[in-house]
Design a protein around this ligand. Structure first.
Ligand code: FAD
Length: 451
């Protein structure tokens, strides 16, 4: 059996690894137009900021592929002939397959802004985006970044690390407030400003202006403000990279490639995984397209089992995500809607330094815990997931909060303060059960130091 995989990102590479792990005989071809070898997309920024060399972004040594008999092809797939089980490449070559995995990822959005195709306008998704930014960095005196999701803040931080003043324009009233609850959103907004990035809320891009030589020289906002800049970063979200599939009529597309719970597309020997896959019936609490790292990895493993005839459904479990907003680590588990919902109670504790916070959401009616949002603090995935899955009562969670602390040696413990806050708000007298002595000692020490 020959399995061809379009895309050598985390989803495609995981599929290839699991196919080999499960079957010694299957022939595997991993195709990418972007780079010869897989690299860690989430670490792109660290290369630009000088924290890692390009070769450090590659988790597998070059010999790994040959050793595991995974054939690498660097080429662009222009068309999938799904009736003939054939791929057609940009250079005219073709390849036959028995099963195909589409793992073609995302591209950055352009919303038809005048000037969006000028030079010195770019996104930050691919190795080519990074290379382009490197090439033009010396020409950039000031930059504008448009769109304040996870990639926008990274791009702003990258430019800032090269001493380039950045204005970060966001449509919303505070950073990423369609995903973060108001307190956390305001915390990140403050944090961005404290790093001397000029965050402009309620500000939308109207036009990017030519400097007279075909490159960006300034922008105007919808309010008519003109801002000079030599680079415009477009980071207003990403979309599945599926335009090359539009002529393959048998493969049903929505925003992405439509898949069932086994990650199979409308063509029985073609599967789609990672950022480009769109679930027909997403699990409760999950979205049809989830452009995040670990779900790509999970889908890669699941699809390998399905192709090899060991039928399993894709089940990403409880919602989880993590990222870093400059110096603030962020984790979310379970249900943490930006605007809350009726019947969902929330306990929000924030440290006075304004850079650490814990939010615990629970059902008002019966106290079952529903979600955690953590800023500047890490909690253990398996512990939070278990509590949510088992519908643990919030008071039991609070009493055992020490169990969730990711690394008590390394991360400070704020569990006692969170429990104190709950007691103040409810008139209860809960105490931490686990690591009580340690927490009490830490509280004593903290008080002693601050007085
Ligand atoms: C800057 C940045 C930071 C991020 N940070 C985080 C984070 O902190 N946490 C998190 O969970 N997620 C993060 N993400 C998202 C995460 O990186 C993606 O969800 C993940 O990499 C997607 O993996 P994938 O395998 O689906 O696709 P990709 O990694 O996008 O790989 C797809 C590959 O397919 C190739 N391809 C596409 N079409 C064709 C074709 N026709 N022919 C040949 N090759 C083709 C592409 O060139 C690409 O190499 C970040 C993304 C970016 C860009």
């Amino acid at each position: 059996m020959h399995v061809a995989i379009i895309g050598n990102g985390i989803a495609g590479v995981t599929a290839a690894r699991w196919l080999r792990k499960l079957d010694d005989a299957v022939r595997i071809t991993l195709i990418s137009a972007e780079t010869e070898f897989h690299f860690s997309r989430t670490a792109l920024m660290y290369s630009y900021m000088g924290h890692m060399r390009w070769e450090d972004l590659m988790p597998y040594e070059p010999f790994f592929w040959e050793k595991n008999r995974i054939d690498l092809v660097k080429n662009y797939v222009e068309k999938v002939h799904e009736k003939d089980n054939k791929l057609e490449f940009a250079d005219g070559k073709t390849m036959l397959y028995d099963n195909l995995i589409i793992a073609c990822g995302s591209q950055w959005n352009k919303f038809g802004w005048p000037g969006q195709d000028l030079d010195r306008v770019g996104g930050m998704v691919s190795a080519q985006d990074l290379q382009y930014l490197e090439e033009i960095t010396d020409e950039i005196k000031t930059a504008v970044v448009v769109g304040g999701g996870l990639i926008g803040i990274e791009l702003a931080e990258m430019l800032h690390s090269r001493q380039i003043p950045v204005k970060l324009l966001i449509r919303e009233a505070s950073y990423w407030n369609n995903a973060l609850p108001p307190e956390e959103s305001r915390m990140v907004s403050r944090h961005i400003r404290s790093h001397h990035i000029d965050l402009r809320e309620n500000t939308e891009l109207d036009t990017i202006h030519d400097d007279g030589n075909g490159a960006a020289g300034s922008i105007t906002t919808k309010d008519g403000e003109k801002i000079d800049c030599q680079f415009v970063g477009l980071t207003a979200g990403v979309s599945p990279n599926v335009s090359f599939l539009k002529s393959s009529e048998g493969i049903e597309l929505g925003r992405g490639v439509k898949v069932d719970n086994h990650l199979r597309t409308s063509v029985s020997n073609i599967y789609a995984i990672g950022d480009c896959a769109e679930a027909r019936t997403p699990r409760p609490g999950r979205r049809p397209i989830e452009a995040i790292w670990y779900t790509g990895r999970m889908m890669g493993e699941t699809v390998a089992y399905n192709i090899l005839g060991r039928s399993i459904e894709y089940d990403p479990g409880i919602w989880f995500n993590s990222a870093k907003f400059m110096d603030i680590e962020y984790q979310v588990y379970g249900e943490v809607p930006a605007k809350g919902r009726d019947g969902l109670a929330t306990l929000y504790w924030e440290h006075e330094d304004g850079e650490h916070a814990v939010r615990i959401n629970y059902e008002e009616s019966d106290g079952t815990v529903k979600g955690f949002n953590l800023m500047g603090i890490r909690y253990r995935h398996e512990v939070c997931e278990k509590w949510i899955k088992e519908g643990t009562h919030v008071e039991q969670v609070l009493q055992n909060l020490g169990l969730a602390n990711f690394d008590p040696e390394f991360y400070k413990q704020y569990e006692a303060d969170v429990v104190d806050l709950y007691n103040q708000q409810t008139g209860k007298a809960l105490e931490l059960k686990t690591r009580r002595g340690l927490s009490a000692a830490l509280r004593f020490l903290r008080k002693a130091v601050s007085t």
